[in-house]
Design a protein around this ligand. Structure first.
Ligand code: ADP
Ligand code: MG
Length: 562
């Protein structure tokens, strides 16, 4: 591009680059952001639909999970990607609430579009949104319910709420019990590292047959068939070493000149291996997990002593085993002492779903557990796993924070109401932005109603009047269409799911609003939203400009392709 400077054109950008400025840039970005939100809208809530995503090599994913849908879609537009990041942050921070976060940021952009048309400056808007978001956080903290993090029954309700609408829903009683037990077993002084919960997927069997192994399952078999299948009262050794004689020694140091010498060398090697195994046997180990390989000869000696050995154990598994059994990994087998051994009531090779694995169970304090998820087909198990991930996330966050909110659109309705009051105190043009923010939040109950086939206006009116009357926990029961106390109903979510969603949605929306110039080194024209199942045609989001209760026409997008 060129600009005139006196007589000489001043070349600032290369010929290939593209530039969109001012209102065009703003509206292009807003359209892209709204389209992303539109793509996941129909999946929200217990009655949300699933999407089938097919990638370029024909792999199919069937899911209801917001972040998964957006990751699988091939989104290139830079502003659209900022919304996808909202979902990713939500996934990483709390595990659940990804769809809601994306829908809210899309709606913030949509409301903004109307205000921009009324000549409200983007900076004023962004400022108002940020103030509203800050205020919203305070309101949420104010209405949050404190819970006893030991209350298993309550935790199970939270686990179950995160599963509703996903493939796991039918078995949610069984699964939420497993999820809570898993999180409680790995909790360490109120801190939970979900990395210590391994999820193993098994195709075959019903979801209800899923189980929790309080211990570790290693996806390996014992190294030799002459070793025992199972060891009770196991003393477990973990070796960071290999049970082999270093090969380099053969290359560099041995120069064989006659057969006797070779034999002598082999004897010596054998002796070294025997000494290694003896070191294990002497301290009383009867199960050993080795990081490296195990020489045939060593296998022979191990089997002779009745030791169950596994080779090439991953370092992740070694650390899980260390946590679960209390063993200390040893880097040189000769240094092993009885103190380094861990204990397990039962170590056994068992079959799950036609695969042999080593189960290390019956440990004193299972700080590491394995959830075995079963399901009829691969697609089912995969979707159950995603639901379980969300569920593990919410239980973890609740254990850590001890604060929850009722679901079913209750907090959003309450926020909208209180933010409208707050807006009066703001004044000026920012007041309009705060009001828009309040309207935005009602997109959640509205969408829950739409997806449940209910009349969203009736539902909203009902919700508003109950909240007006002081029923803070009144939410929409998506199954019956009634507005009821969600806390009594057991539909509860961690406070952090909501605060995080609002925070990242606001950040992304304000960041997009403040952009008035898009300068791309390459071609942006191809950077449309490219979804495999239909895609959005042109400016998405249905009829804009309706204000207030508007936007109900937004059921288009990918929903039509289902
Ligand atoms: P997200 O990715 O945002 O978690 P979901 O599809 O899981 O999306 O839907 C979450 C929404 O569904 C929340 O607003 C939650 O309160 C609501 N919800 C969950 N269970 C129920 C229920 N039984 N009745 C009404 N709403 C529910
Ligand atoms: Mg959810």
């Amino acid at each position: 591009m060129a600009q005139q400077m006196g007589n000489q054109p001043l070349i600032v950008l290369s010929d290939d680059s593209q530039r969109t400025s001012g209102k065009d840039a703003q509206s292009m970005n807003i359209t892209a952001g709204k389209a992303v939100a539109e793509a996941v809208r129909t999946t929200l809530g217990p009655k949300g639909m699933d999407k089938m995503l097919v990638d370029s090599s024909g792999n199919v994913v069937v899911t209801n999970d917001g972040v998964t849908i957006l990751k699988e879609m091939d989104i290139e537009h830079p502003a659209a990607n900022m919304i996808v990041e909202v979902a990713e942050t939500q996934e990483n921070e709390v595990g659940d609430g990804t769809t809601s976060a994306v829908i809210v940021s899309g709606e913030l952009l949509k409301e903004a579009e109307e205000l921009l048309e009324q000549d409200i400056h983007a900076t004023t808007l962004a400022q108002g949104y940020r103030e509203a978001s800050q205020q919203a956080r305070e309101i949420l903290e104010d209405i949050a319910i404190d819970i006893d993090s030991e209350d298993t029954e309550y935790l199970e309700k939270i686990a179950a709420t995160a599963m509703t609408g996903k493939g796991a829903e039918n078995a949610k009683d069984v699964l939420s019990e497993l999820v809570v037990r898993a999180v409680q077993s790995v909790a360490d002084d109120g801190v939970v590292d979900t990395d210590n919960i391994k999820v193993e997927k098994v195709t075959g069997g019903a979801i209800e047959n899923s189980e929790l192994v309080e211990g570790v399952i290693v996806d390996k078999e014992r190294v030799s068939e002459n070793m025992p299948f199972a060891v009770e009262d196991a003393n477990v050794a973990l070796l960071g070493d290999a049970l082999e004689v270093q090969e380099t020694e053969i290359d560099t140091e041995v120069n064989v000149t006659d057969p006797d010498q070779l034999q002598e060398f082999l004897d010596q090697e054998e002796q070294q291996l025997e000494e290694m195994v003896d070191a294990l046997h002497d301290v009383g180990a009867n199960v050993v997990f080795v990081d490296g390989g195990i020489d045939d000869m060593a296998q022979h000696y191990l089997a002779q002593h009745g030791i169950l050995a596994v080779r090439r154990t991953s370092s992740d598994d070694i650390s899980r085993l260390a946590r679960a059994t209390g063993a200390t990994p040893v880097s040189n087998v000769k240094d092993i002492e009885a103190d380094d051994l861990g204990h397990a009531g039962n170590v056994a090779q068992k079959d799950i779903g036609g695969d042999e694995r080593i189960f290390v169970e019956d440990v004193a304090d299972a700080k590491s557990v394995t959830l075995i998820l079963r399901g009829g087909t691969e697609h089912v198990v995969d979707e159950v796993e995603r639901a379980i991930d969300d569920s593990l996330g919410v239980v973890r966050v609740t254990l850590e924070d001890g604060q929850v909110l009722p679901g079913g659109g209750a907090p959003e309705t309450e926020l909208a109401m209180r933010l409208r009051d707050y807006a009066d105190s703001v004044g000026g043009r920012e007041q309009l932005a705060v009001e828009a923010f309040a309207d935005t939040l009602e997109v959640i109950p509205r969408t829950l109603a739409e997806n449940a086939g209910l009349d969203s206006i009736d539902s909203l009116v009902d919700l508003r009047s109950q909240h007006d009357g002081g029923a803070t926990a009144a939410g929409l029961d998506a199954y019956t269409g009634e507005v009821i106390d969600m806390d009594d109903e057991g539909v509860v979510e961690p406070l952090r799911v909501k605060t995080q969603a609002l925070e990242s949605a606001t950040e992304a929306a304000t960041m997009i609003l403040r952009i008035d110039d898009v300068i791309a080194a390459g071609d942006l024209a191809g950077g449309q939203i490219d979804s495999d199942s239909g895609g959005d045609d042109g400016p998405a989001g249905g009829p804009g400009g309706a204000g207030g209760m508007g936007g109900m026409g937004g059921m288009g997008g990918m929903g039509g392709a289902m």
